[in-house]
Design a protein around this ligand. Structure first.
Ligand code: PLZ
Length: 452
């Protein structure tokens, strides 16, 4: 084992290093304790217990150093212990940990809101308020849209994911594991098709137009546009399998919303904060949402989420109608300021593009000779492969390939409505050599007929 480090962060040796099998003996012991203390509802992607993390590696209790292609589900875009985040949070924790912004406010909350108002798409007047999780941001966006429009219906899309609370699991498309057994669900939620190019029945070319026409037809006939408070969509479906809606689909939906007084909400919880090679994924097609929800990458892992939107919509809610004890906690706000500085000063938007430009050609080259790879897609550092039984579009289980990667010290995540998508979300600060090494491990793991 190389020299012990007492801190995480980018100064951790940036290397893959396996000193035991994965998971090692110490992790297995801890996992046994987890199984008796924590219910099985809380799953585990890779049962190695972490001591340090930073740059592009996660170090475990057995001394293994794994390559991280997950970023804690698109959270540690700036790394797991980014110096500007660490410094600000350390200072803040010694100054004060909490007052409750609704009781006695502090400047960092306001600064975060000002920055989000400026950074999110559109130069109209905006407001922002802060909450604790992605789900809470989405719930609040719906509350605001209902209040401002006086309407109730919410339209969501096939393959969408928006959270696990009662309303947000209702908004989520997939039953198992998110909804199964947890009903009854919230009322006034309606689901329409998503322009999913790889699986569109008539092929990818007419996908945008046909899917938009179907969605608009369903809204108009089944709900009535005048009853719809909000249309809610992820600009790239995350948990659903990194589905980029066919180009042209989102603009058509936005246009329909504008024409009918419907609030267009972009859920950028997974796609936000430089992840896709833009600060926000909506920028790719020039979409300006009425409300945008953010979380995950906003604060490097400290619990923070935000609702940002048109001032006239957010100002509609009566005084005291929004809030929560911890929303915009001072530690999380300092972390967010550290994250935003890091993205800007370390040029992480460009860095995300570079990651995409490194990964996509290699994955497409794999696709050429490996028929298990049905589709390669994504933008920036949000990249996926959709796996199929060779010669068909039958889903091939991604968990099997993920397990083979894990054994080799590469942490990858799965996704997809059919569980057949491997998704790659490396920290934007991952060094190139780890990116390349990870892709080589992946290439071998995808050769399912051979031993890795
Ligand atoms: N909206 C687009 O991706 C969270 C889910 C992890 P929270 N995605 C990761 C899991 O299995 O629970 C997510 C998202 C989009 C909303 C959310 C919800 O964000 O911070 O997990 O509540």
């Amino acid at each position: 084992m190389s020299t012990a480090t007492t801190h995480g962060g980018p100064q951790l040796p940036q290397e893959r290093r396996l000193v035991t099998e994965i998971p090692g003996p110490r992790s297995r012991e801890l996992f046994a304790r987890k199984q008796s203390a924590v219910p099985p509802g809380i799953g585990t992607t890779l049962p190695v217990f972490v001591t340090h993390a930073g740059g592009g590696v996660i170090v475990d209790v057995d001394g293994n150093s794994l390559i991280d292609f997950g970023s804690g589900i698109a959270v540690t875009n700036v790394g797991n212990a980014a110096p500007r985040v660490v410094e600000r949070v350390q200072k803040q924790v010694a100054d004060f940990t909490h007052t409750c912004f609704m009781v006695a406010p502090y400047e960092s909350y306001v600064t975060v809101c000002e920055k989000l108002n400026a950074l999110t798409p559109g130069d109209h007047e905006k407001r922002t308020f802060l909450v604790n999780s992605g789900a809470e941001a989405v719930e609040n966006a719906v509350k605001v849209a209902r209040h401002a429009t006086g309407r109730q219906a919410v339209v969501v899309f096939d393959h969408g994911y928006h959270g696990r609370t009662l309303l947000t699991m209702t908004l989520t498309a997939k039953s198992m594991p998110y909804k199964h057994g947890f009903g009854p669900f919230a009322p006034e939620v309606y689901r329409v098709p998503l322009a999913y190019p790889f699986r569109w029945p008539t092929g990818p070319d007419n996908c945008a137009e046909e899917a938009a026409a179907q969605a608009i037809d369903m809204i108009s006939k089944q709900i009535g546009a005048e009853n719809v408070a909000a249309v809610l969509i992820e600009p790239i479906a995350g948990e659903g399998g990194f589905i980029e809606p066919a180009r042209g689909f989102l603009p058509k939906i936005v246009e329909f919303c504008r024409a009918n007084g419907i609030v267009f909400i972009a859920d950028e919880v997974q796609t936000g904060f430089a992840r896709t090679g833009h600060m926000f994924a909506c920028e790719d097609e020039g979409i300006v949402p009425d409300i945008i929800t953010t979380a995950k990458g906003i604060a490097g892992g400290l619990p923070l989420a935000a609702v940002t939107g048109r001032a006239d919509l957010l100002d509609h809610v009566h005084s005291g109608g929004l809030g929560g004890t911890y929303g915009g906690n001072p530690l999380a706000c300092e972390a967010a300021l550290g994250v935003l500085e890091t993205i800007e000063q370390d040029k992480l938007v460009e860095r995300a593009r570079h990651i995409g430009e490194t990964m996509l050609p290699r994955l497409r080259a794999i696709q050429e000779h490996n028929p298990i790879v049905g589709d390669v897609r994504g933008r920036g550092a949000m990249i996926a492969v959709e796996l199929v039984v060779p010669g068909t579009k039958e889903p091939y289980p991604a968990a099997e390939i993920a397990r083979r990667c894990h054994e080799q010290g590469l942490l990858v995540l799965t996704a997809g409505t059919y569980g057949n998508v491997l998704r790659f979300l490396p920290p934007l600060v991952i060094p190139d050599h780890l990116l390349e090494e990870g892709l080589t491990i992946l290439e071998k793991a995808l050769n399912v007929d051979q031993n890795v």
